[in-house]
Write a protein that binds this ligand. Structure first.
Ligand code: AHG
Ligand code: MN
Ligand code: MN
Length: 339
């Protein structure tokens, strides 16, 4: 039997969206294609990682003092190459670059600023587990010339579109331009992202919680109590959950988005603002979570409201089903107010 031919490519879907929302510009559409192309190139390289002996550290530390894997460098260059020559972007920011990334000379500065974590969960590469790419797109706030820091230091509420690519057992691109969250699965036989998850919504409360519990002893009392609640220790207010932790935000978030759950990377005594970066990881994921009916906070404040002051700033993160995230905030507030 021949496979059926009724399918919607990412390209067709975005074009349709543009027709429904005439305020949308072709430029944003093209930016999403540019990112999808980069994703395919990165996916192809990840698939070959075990074969071509490119495993291991590149010998450089990134600005966060973490060892860069070779694929971090490759993914970063691929994202930059896919986006910097198009005239659609005025500046970029990447987890792997200390400074704002300018557009090459001779290329006109476009009206969007883009931020990305080119390879999220990179320590998973050496063990053949899931990794991801996270991106967010903002309209520039400066009016002309090369993009400035102010174009990327915007709160998540100003995000125009955001999304992630999950390089898992299949490759998926999930994005939102504010109206709905849509998922596309890469068909490797034809090299196209096909619509597989239209209008994703996430359960208000889920069966999973995802957190690195080896940090338990360093958390605040409130965070400890919230996680105990997920263990089932607060049965009047929270049903016990199952634990799942991949160690790649994209993979943990994606599972919880689809199956229902909450992911946390709280601050601790050593790192009061946790580990994850506001601009490259937390704000884009918060944008997706909210567009799917979920929520994201730092334990108190809404992530999307935080106004960044530095490119690489970190924040604590609680993200997932709205009621589960609300529960964590409630328990933290009770503990702090009672302390
Ligand atoms: P990256 O590979 O971009 O540095 O991100 C890794 C992050 C995130 O993806 C993941 O959720 C978290 O680090 C895991 O950290 P722990 O190993 O401390 O749990
Ligand atoms: Mn990351
Ligand atoms: Mn990364």
């Amino acid at each position: 039997m021949l496979p059926h031919t009724q399918f919607t490519t990412l390209e067709r879907f975005i074009l349709n969206q543009e027709r429904i929302h005439p305020e949308a510009t072709g430029e944003l559409t093209n930016l999403l294609y540019d990112i999808a192309l980069a994703a395919k190139v990165i996916a192809a390289q990840i698939r070959r990682a075990g074969l071509v002996n490119i495993l291991g550290a590149a010998g450089a530390m990134n600005v966060q003092d973490e060892e860069q894997q070779k694929l971090d460098v490759f993914a970063n260059e691929t994202m930059k190459d896919a986006l910097n020559h198009t005239g659609r972007v005025c500046a970029m920011g990447s987890e792997e670059d200390e400074q704002l990334i300018p557009i090459p000379e001779g290329v006109p500065a476009g009206k969007y600023a883009i931020l990305f974590d080119p390879l999220d969960g990179s320590s998973n590469i050496d063990v053949n587990a899931s990794v991801g790419t996270i991106f967010s797109i903002y309209k520039r706030v400066t009016t002309s010339g090369p993009g400035q820091l102010s174009d990327v230091l915007q709160p998540g509420t100003a995000i125009v579109a955001a999304g992630y690519i999950l390089y898992g057992s299949s490759v998926m691109m999930v994005y939102s331009a504010g109206k709905g969250v849509h998922g596309f699965t890469l068909d490797p036989t034809i090299g196209e992202f096909l619509l597989s998850h239209e209008n994703l919504s996430t359960p208000r409360t889920g069966k999973y919680y995802s957190v690195n519990e080896s940090n338990f002893g360093r958390w605040s009392k409130g965070v400890q109590l919230a996680v105990r609640g997920f263990h089932g220790d607060d049965p009047d207010r929270m049903k016990g959950k199952n634990s799942r932790y991949v160690g790649a935000l994209v993979a943990d978030f994606h599972r919880n988005l689809i199956a229902g759950g909450v992911f946390m990377y709280p601050g601790d005594i050593k790192n009061p603002k946790g580990k994850l970066r506001l601009l490259y990881e937390c704000a884009p994921m918060a944008f997706i979570a909210e567009a799917a009916g979920g929520a994201a906070t730092d334990g108190r404040r809404r992530i999307l409201d935080i106004v960044p002051t530095a490119l690489h700033e970190r924040t604590a993160l609680v993200i997932g089903g709205a009621d589960d995230v609300g529960y964590v905030s409630m328990v933290i507030a009770e503990s702090e107010d009672g302390a």
